[in-house]
Ligand binder design. Structure first.
Ligand code: FAD
Length: 401
């Protein structure tokens, strides 16, 4: 009998298992994958995520793989660009872009080192339910043998198509269908020292320097253009990059070293994230378009919020149901403004003139640019930054200049 079984062992599940095991709870974490392995995802770690890895004692190990620090962030809107370093968090100054083959392996190893039992190549097929409460999992191990395990709590950290969420019938809210399709590939020889984001209206192009002297070059288009893109992926991908001549020259001088990856399966939603004997964390409970490149950071935040609640439920400080409800309240309170911002940006609609004027005012002031990046990385609350008073302050300062 385990205290907690976590289904999914990547950026949401492995930290959840690690943090609970570090608190002395008996934890099993299973994943149908074997590690190290990759997922469809680029992998920018915003500065708060880097600070979290430091706090967990894992940053040195992650950085030992050699990803370069992103010395600047640049969001280019054609007529102007917001550029500069994002604000430091707990002494950490740089974002990094760490391959998931590296990051997820460090996290799953840390869960095992903390005392969690890790079972790879284990596929959960269903949940055990007694008297209306989840009491365990049923799944197949790597030999195909059907295995049943019992627990006080099952945590679904099993991503967008969560088996746990489906089994408990978790409902959706704040739902917006997919707004973009995304394509990315890795290049050697594409120079760059930071994150470059080009907003081209109906396309977005992003460059992230990553491990092994590679750059991840990412292109997004609105779903309405997906059909056209799909008929000539290579041509459409390069045509988007060609709209930024300096970048196009660098990409064409480089060498593509891995196959192109793509997904259009990018819905935006919260799922009901707890019930009797179960909870959801990471993408399983909160999924959105990757335009803010925040899913990993958000999974870390959710893992910390959830494990605080679960610990208090397991130790009897609070009834588990109340503790889990508190987790969901805190999760939604923090992320709802980001979900709204994400769906606005991912719509790729021409911004209204007042939004363009605001962005131009931010771009003209280095201190303001840094605060703006603080919003994107979550260290400045988005609601506070976009409040009428703050917008008025930014516009007044621009007018005075
Ligand atoms: C194109 C794209 C680009 C992105 N770029 C970024 C970025 O730059 N920065 C960023 O922070 N985020 C980014 N994201 C988001 C980020 O990838 C996700 O938010 C993150 O991977 C969610 O982590 P997770 O652990 O919740 O789920 P996942 O990473 O999906 O892991 C779920 C795990 O559950 C396992 N699993 C599923 N079902 C079962 C089952 N039945 N039994 C056993 N195991 C199971 C899977 O094998 C998997 O290992 C991007 C996403 C996409 C699609």
């Amino acid at each position: 009998m385990f205290d907690v079984i976590v289904v999914g062992a990547r950026v949401a599940g492995a930290p959840t298992a690690m943090l609970l095991a570090r608190q002395g709870h008996r934890v099993l974490v299973v994943d149908r994958a074997q590690f190290p392995s990759d997922v469809i995802s680029t992998h920018l770690l915003h500065v708060p995520a880097v600070a979290t890895l430091r706090r967990w004692g894992l940053l040195e190990r992650v950085l030992a793989s050699g990803p370069p620090p992103h010395e600047f962030f640049r969001m280019d809107f054609g007529a102007f660009a917001i550029a500069g370093p994002p604000p430091a968090v707990d002494g950490e100054r740089y974002p990094y872009c760490v391959r998931r083959t590296v990051l997820d392996k460090v996290l799953v190893d840390a869960a095992a080192e903390a005392g969690a039992e890790v079972r790879e190549r284990f596929t959960v097929e269903g949940l055990l339910v007694e008297d209306g409460a989840v009491v365990g999992i049923q799944g197949r191990d790597q030999s195909g043998t059907l295995v049943t395990e019992r627990t006080r709590l099952v945590v679904g950290a099993d991503g967008l198509r969560s088996t746990v969420a489906r089994a408990v019938g978790a409902g959706y809210y704040h739902e917006t269908p997919a707004l973009t399709a995304t394509y990315y590939a890795y290049y050697r020889g594409v120079s760059g020292r930071g994150t470059e984001i080009y907003n081209l209206g109906d396309r977005a192009v992003v460059v992230f320097p990553t491990n092994d002297d590679l750059a991840c070059v990412f292109v997004a288009c609105p779903t309405k253009d997906f059909g056209r893109f799909r008929t000539d992926v290579e041509g459409e991908y390069l045509a988007a990059i060609d709209r930024v001549p300096d970048l196009a020259a660098r990409v064409r001088a480089g060498e593509r070293v891995e196959r192109m990856r793509a997904t259009a399966d990018l819905p935006n939603f919260f799922r009901t994230a707890c019930g009797p004997g179960w909870a959801l964390v990471g993408d399983a409970g909160y999924h959105k378009d990757p335009c803010l490149a925040a899913g990993i950071m958000d999974a870390f935040i959710c893992a910390e919020l959830l494990t605080e609640s679960v610990h208090s439920g397991l130790t009897g400080d609070r009834p588990m149901a109340a503790a889990l409800a508190d987790y969901v309240t805190r999760r939604d309170g923090w992320f709802l403004p980001y979900l709204d911002l994400t769906t606005q940006l991912a719509a790729m609609e021409p911004p209204p003139p007042e939004r363009v004027a605001l962005l131009a005012a931010i771009a003209a002031d280095p201190a303001e640019s840094s605060r703006f990046f603080g919003v994107l990385q979550g260290s400045t609350p988005v609601g506070e930054y976009l409040s009428p008073d703050n917008v008025q302050r930014i516009m007044a300062a621009a007018a005075a200049r």
